[in-house]
Write a protein that binds this ligand. Structure first.
Ligand code: OGA
Ligand code: MN
Length: 221
């Protein structure tokens, strides 16, 4: 166990084993109550208090091909640092998940990056794959934690997971319920966020393998 993972009882890794097993069988897992409630509550408080100028219009792609494409996605995002108890707790839990998945599935997950996301009423994120082309191939496993305490059917903002391939049918519609965590293989599942009618909060993150080439350290984002 390393420092980030300290404080969680990895001896009793029931939830981590359950997630690993679901990923092995289906390629994805939807889990309620996995991330500790106190951490979820603290994240919600921090996210809803973030000032507008801390949130940036989300871009598509990374680095030099970073583009703002408001036809593809219209959420606002803010990268997560482990500089508050809430984000430390969350990243610590994710570190346990990383270790648990590596132990069960040998995916060689190397690090994790995540951002808060706020979808204003009318916002969406069209069908896409998180690991595309050569650019984000090192994204192996995607996670989304939902932070919407009053979400009800009719509010929209569900995440739809599709079967692999271009015309793949919907395999799962995930309601963005408070404390719910979705984990799925990044390359396997195209997905989209349906237009939301209410402000919708989530934390999207990605476990990556080490993409360093020729001794050049792979930048985290
Ligand atoms: C993403 C994403 C899904 C969601 O940020 O890449 O697909 O439900 N988010 O917020
Ligand atoms: Mn995505």
């Amino acid at each position: 166990m390393n420092a980030l993972a300290a404080g969680f009882d990895t001896g009793n890794d029931d939830v981590f084993a359950r997630i690993a097993q679901a990923i092995e069988r289906h390629g994805y897992a939807i889990v309620d109550g996995g991330v500790p409630e106190a951490t979820v509550d603290a994240l919600f408080v921090q996210l809803t208090a973030l000032a507008d100028d801390a949130m940036a219009r989300a871009a598509v792609g990374r680095d030099d091909v970073h583009q703002l494409n408001r036809f593809v996605r219209t959420d606002d995002t803010c990268w997560l640092d482990g500089d508050t108890p809430a984000t430390r707790g969350f990243l610590g839990w994710m570190e346990c998940l990383r270790l648990g998945i590596n132990r069960h599935l040998y995916l060689g997950l190397f690090d994790y990056e995540a951002h808060f996301a706020r979808y204003a009423p009318g916002a969406f994120y069209r069908r896409h794959v998180d690991a595309f082309g050569d650019l984000q191939r090192n994204r192996v496993l995607s996670t989304v934690l939902y932070l919407n305490p009053t979400w009800r059917p009719g509010d929209g903002g569900e995440m739809v997971l599709y079967a692999p391939g271009e015309g793949g049918a919907a395999v799962e519609t995930v309601q963005p319920l408070y404390g719910r965590l979705a984990v799925f293989l990044s390359e396997r599942f195209p997905h989209e966020v349906l237009t939301t009618r209410t402000t919708r909060f989530s934390i999207a993150g990605w476990f990556r393998v080490n993409g360093s080439v020729d001794g050049q350290i792979d930048p985290p984002r």
